[in-house]
Design a protein around this ligand. Structure first.
Ligand code: UD1
Length: 423
């Protein structure tokens, strides 16, 4: 098992390019299933989650070739099992997003229930209710969800989500794209990755309006064709590097940072005193000598993203005074807190709020990555901690950050990966 070793205390300086977004790549890979011909995807990040999705697509009968540019040929799918196995779904919850396209295109799908995960129960009830509204028959047996369109095709309907779900919106929107008649989806997620997926589907020939607003309307079509599409840059990766630049009192230009999708993150960084200067290439981030305490609460887009919560907690640790970080999207998303406290942070969690008493110095030690964004927060903390920080179980990190050590080194970070570390 690999570990990341960081010698902290060096300000990050220079330029870094933001890569393609994991959360845009995964549903777009799923969308390739719905077309009648091959799709080419460009600017894919080299991440274990993207590879897991490729394995899932291959298991379904797709032919997948390439790496950063991927060609997904779905023409062999009908001969396959139309099943997403427990082995894959348990490692990556986004696997359930194949359900909508399979059901829409082939009239049935069998997908393992994801079960709980480190950051909470994360049910898929809204995905299933949405598909049922479109006429799908849903049965649960042996840990799998089986969905079937009675006459082979779904029917457009009106459906309101009880809560805002990104994956649920994407799954039901894809299902509706090939349904007979029109669909109106209310209380949908407005995340840029939902807007991106609607764009992808429309390029394929779908008729979807309203993505990015709380209501999406879909006029079903008979078939969709493969396309050529470049994945948008990752707003969470960009935000992570921005926090890293800020806490190390660095000066970093993030090329291709998708600023239009990052208003709430930039606002919060600025409230902490971080200088964020938009440039034609992206954004320049300058860490101030003194950070100010701040308060953030996670919300569905355009609110502050839950995927940036752990990283912002590190910013709060470095700001002298009392900051609060409140999590409203997921239960149990403070697993990074005990690890950050091992590095010297003073954080008290009460309910869904972490109260951070900032200003205490961090000192390096061995810490354990527990989930993807928690791992990112430990890397950022290690960059600023005194001495050596060793992060174990970095496979979590590799799910969402491409070779983070190689990317941060040119900025001056003293960071390396050591293979064969204890778990
Ligand atoms: C996506 C992102 C993830 C991000 C999350 C919230 C991908 C691949 N992943 O995850 O990085 O943290 O959005 O922005 O894009 N819920 C239900 N029932 C459902 C569906 C969801 O109760 O049927 C709950 C979840 O348990 C969670 C909340 O709704 O508490 C939001 O989940 P959701 O938006 O669905 O997250 P994902 O799509 O899984």
């Amino acid at each position: 098992m690999d570990k990341i070793v960081i010698h902290g205390g060096t300000p990050l300086r220079g330029e870094i390019r933001v890569l393609g977004a994991k959360n845009a790549a995964l549903p777009t890979q799923c969308a390739a299933l719905i077309a009648d011909s091959p799709t080419t995807l460009r600017h894919l990040p080299q991440l274990s989650d993207v590879q897991t999705m490729n394995r899932l697509l291959c298991g379904l009968g797709c032919e997948v070739t390439g790496e950063r540019t991927l060609i997904i040929d779905p023409t062999g799918v009908a001969k396959g099992s139309l099943e997403a196995s427990y082995e894959l779904v348990k490692t990556m919850r986004a696997s359930v997003t194949v359900m909508g396209p399979l059901l829409a295109r082939y009239g049935r799908a069998r997908v393992s229930l994801p079960g709980g995960c480190a950051i909470g129960a994360r049910p898929i009830d809204q995905h299933l209710r949405g598909l049922e509204a479109l006429g799908a028959e849903v049965t649960l047996s042996h840990g799998y969800v089986e969905t079937r369109a009675p006459s082979g095709r779904l029917t457009g309907a009106r459906f309101k989500f009880d809560l805002v779900t990104v994956g649920g919106t994407q799954n039901v929107m894809m299902a509706a794209a090939l349904a007979r008649g029109s669909t109106r989806l209310e209380n949908v997620a407005r995340e840029p990755e939902v807007v991106e997926l609607a764009l992808v589907l429309n390029k394929m020939g779908a008729r979807i309006r309203g993505a990015g607003t709380p209501v999406i309307e879909v006029e079903g079509v008979d078939s969709l064709s493969g396309i050529d599409h470049a994945i948008l840059p990752d707003r969470i990766e960009a935000g992570t590097f921005m926090v890293a630049a800020a806490v190390t009192r660095g000066d970093v230009l993030l090329r291709d940072a998708p600023l239009d999708h990052m208003h709430s993150v930039i606002e919060s960084l600025e409230s902490a005193g971080v200088i964020c200067e938009p440039t034609p290439e992206g954004v320049r981030v300058i860490g101030p000598d003194e950070l100010k305490p701040f308060h953030v609460t996670t919300r569905p887009h355009p609110g502050f993203p839950t995927d940036m919560q752990a990283q912002m907690t590190v910013l709060a640790i470095l700001a002298r005074g009392r900051s609060t970080v409140t999590e409203t999207i997921f239960e149990n998303r403070f697993m990074h807190v005990p690890e950050l406290c091992r590095l010297g942070a003073d954080i008290r969690v009460s309910g869904n709020t972490a109260e951070v008493h900032g200003g205490t110095p961090l000192s390096g030690t061995i810490v354990m990555a527990t989930d993807l964004r928690a791992s990112a927060s430990l890397v950022i903390a290690g960059l600023v901690a005194d001495g050596v920080t060793e992060i174990r179980r970095v496979y979590h990190l590799d799910r969402g950050y491409e070779t983070i050590e190689r990317r941060l080194r040119p900025l001056g970070a003293r960071i390396e990966r050591v293979t064969g570390a204890p778990s």
